[in-house]
Structures are given as structure tokens and as C-alpha cells.
Design a protein around this ligand. Structure first.
Ligand SMILES: [Zn+2]
Length: 312
């Protein structure tokens, strides 16, 4: 039996079935609201208070609904009822209005460093327009659709990261791009540490060379529970590496202040194949005449760095 089939067998037939009732949702909301006002260690609500706040007079009816939620979404402690971890997760999603539709934005051009923080001012040459390449159109655009910020070159989507509608609602496109860039950096960091951003299971990674994708040199991540987590250009694996962070820092650049798609090392031009079996790649970075070479193995781990130039 395949892993996918085993996983399906473990799953409850319908985890949302107990939630298909307004009274039960109100119980979750009430316990969630209570949890927000007290400390985690005293988050229980006595039975009588809970019933009063939910507004159900009939004890038998109320007890029935409590039973439907018990074990999975709520539990009883010495001082009353509280949300389980799963109950808290569900109530949180409902509370932050995650189901509402998002407002589409864009497309906007990222030419000349949309938002006034272009990479060229720091001496970087990269995927931002300004670089001329007769082989392909290097101008980037950004769009927010289906609750996902997408960075595109022509028709090809180079990067995509979800930003929840509530987080997008109060932000201009420029600020939304900052958020997407930061979330991306954090997601990549988790994946490189072997942690699935969704379920925290151990992630497997693989390095690939493809001629027909948006990138020639990329890596993919796969979670045994969630399935494919997508992939990215191999250069994004450098975003959080200390040698890279300090290289930029020594040249007066805090990598956290830059949108990651502005970095020249996130592009196939920066990549050299050192070995095919097992696959080993070198990524070259250059700033103001100084160089940093970073070697990545087929597990997408940095295995060597070599820095040269005036600031060494
Ligand atoms: Zn997962």
C-alpha cells in the first residue's frame, strides 16, 4: 500500500462534520474569545458560563453539541472547557476571516526596483530591469491573485507565496511585496532546516537541472504529509546563509531590507555546474569587485564558501 493510501486511511471520514452547526461554531468562538483575554494556563471556561455565553437554554441540547466537539476540538479540564490545539487552529482561522475573498492587485511592473529601492543603487546587477539580455525579456511584474503574490517574467511565474487576505487588505502593493518577500525568506529557511511550514514534518529536498522550467537550476521540496511544497531557484537557498548575509552586510546591505528577487545570485547566470553525479553547483556573488563563491550539494546544503577581494 502506498504512503498516500495509508495516510488517507488514518484520516477521519470528515473532520469538519462536527463543525457544520452554528451552535458548535459559537462554542468554539466563545472559547477562543475567552482564551484571548486570559493566560494560556487559565484558559478554561466553566460549563455554566460557557452555556450562558453561547446562549443555549436547553441543557440536553447544549450537552449534545459539546459531545460532538469533544476530543477533537474541545476538552474538559478541572476548571471547565477549553480548546484543543486543533480547536484553537480552527477557531483562529474563522476569527481572522480567512475565508473572505481577497482583493486582486496588479499587475505592476517591477522595473527599476518598484517601490524605489532598486538593486542597482547598491551595485547589484540582476533580474531587475536595467540588465539587458537579448535572449529573453528580463522585466518583472507582480500580481496578487488567488491570495498569492506572484512575481513573473513574461508569462512565467518565478516566485509565488500566499499572503492571507486579512494581511493584504490594509496594505498598498509595495508593502504587500515586502510582506511576500519576508514570508518567502522565512519559508525557505524552514524548508532548508527540514521543517514543513504547514505541518512541521521533516521535508525532503532535491536539486534539479531542467531546461523547460522558469529556472534551469532549481530545487524542490516535498513533505510526506502535505505533498509537494513547490520549488524555487537554487539561489534562494543562499538567502539566510551567514556567509552570504555577512558578505552583503560588509558592503552596507542588510539582505532583509531587499526583496529577494532583486538579488543577482537568484538567477541562472550566477550558477556553474561543478559536478553532475552527485550534482554539485557553485553560485557566484559579486559586489564592488569582491567575490563570494558558494557551493551547494544535491541536498541543497551549502558545503563550501570561498571569499576573495578587498574586504576579506
Ligand atoms: Zn507538511
Amino acid at each position: 500500500m502506498s504512503r498516500q493510501h495509508r495516510k488517507r486511511d488514518k484520516r477521519p471520514t470528515d473532520p469538519f462534520k462536527p463543525l457544520g452547526n452554528e451552535t458548535r461554531l459559537e462554542i468554539l468562538r466563545t472559547l477562543y474569545d475567552h482564551r484571548q483575554t486570559v493566560s494560556v494556563t487559565s484558559d478554561q471556561l466553566p460549563y455554566s458560563t460557557l452555556r450562558e455565553r453561547v446562549g443555549v437554554e436547553d441543557k440536553g441540547n447544549f450537552n449534545y453539541h459539546l459531545r460532538q466537539l469533544r476530543e477533537q476540538f474541545i476538552e474538559e479540564g478541572p476548571d471547565g472547557y477549553r480548546l484543543t490545539f486543533a480547536g484553537f487552529e480552527i477557531a483562529k482561522v474563522i476569527d481572522m476571516d480567512a475565508w473572505r475573498s481577497h482583493e486582486e492587485r496588479g499587475p505592476v511592473s517591477l522595473a527599476n526596483g518598484y517601490g524605489g529601492d532598486g538593486a542597482e543603487e547598491a551595485g547589484m546587477v540582476g533580474v531587475v530591469s536595467g540588465e539587458t539580455d537579448s535572449n529573453h525579456d528580463t522585466s518583472l511584474t507582480a500580481v496578487y491573485e488567488d491570495s498569492v503574490v506572484k512575481i513573473r517574467r513574461g508569462e512565467a511565474t518565478l516566485f509565488a507565496h500566499a499572503v492571507r487576505p486579512a494581511g493584504a487588505a490594509g496594505r498598498e502593493m509595495s508593502a504587500l511585496l515586502e510582506v511576500a518577500s519576508t514570508l518567502w525568506r522565512h519559508t525557505i529557511e524552514q524548508i532548508l532546516e527540514g521543517i514543513c511550514p504547514y505541518c512541521h514534518t521533516t521535508v525532503e529536498r532535491s536539486l534539479t537541472i531542467e531546461s523547460d522550467g522558469p529556472w534551469e537550476y532549481s530545487f524542490a521540496a516535498n513533505c510526506p504529509e502535505c505533498g509537494s511544497l513547490g520549488g524555487s531557484h537554487v539561489g534562494t537557498a543562499l538567502l539566510n546563509h551567514p556567509a552570504v548575509v555577512s558578505f552583503y552586510w560588509d558592503h552596507g546591505i542588510d539582505v532583509r531590507d531587499r526583496r529577494f528577487w532583486e538579488f543577482s545570485f537568484i538567477g541562472d547566470e550566477a550558477v556553474t555546474v561543478l559536478d553532475e553525479e552527485p550534482l554539485e553547483l557553485r553560485i557566484d556573488l559579486e559586489l564592488d569587485g569582491d567575490q563570494l563563491a558558494v557551493v551547494i550539494d544535491d541536498d541543497v546544503c551549502v558545503v563550501d564558501t570561498d571569499r576573495s577581494g578587498s574586504l576579506v
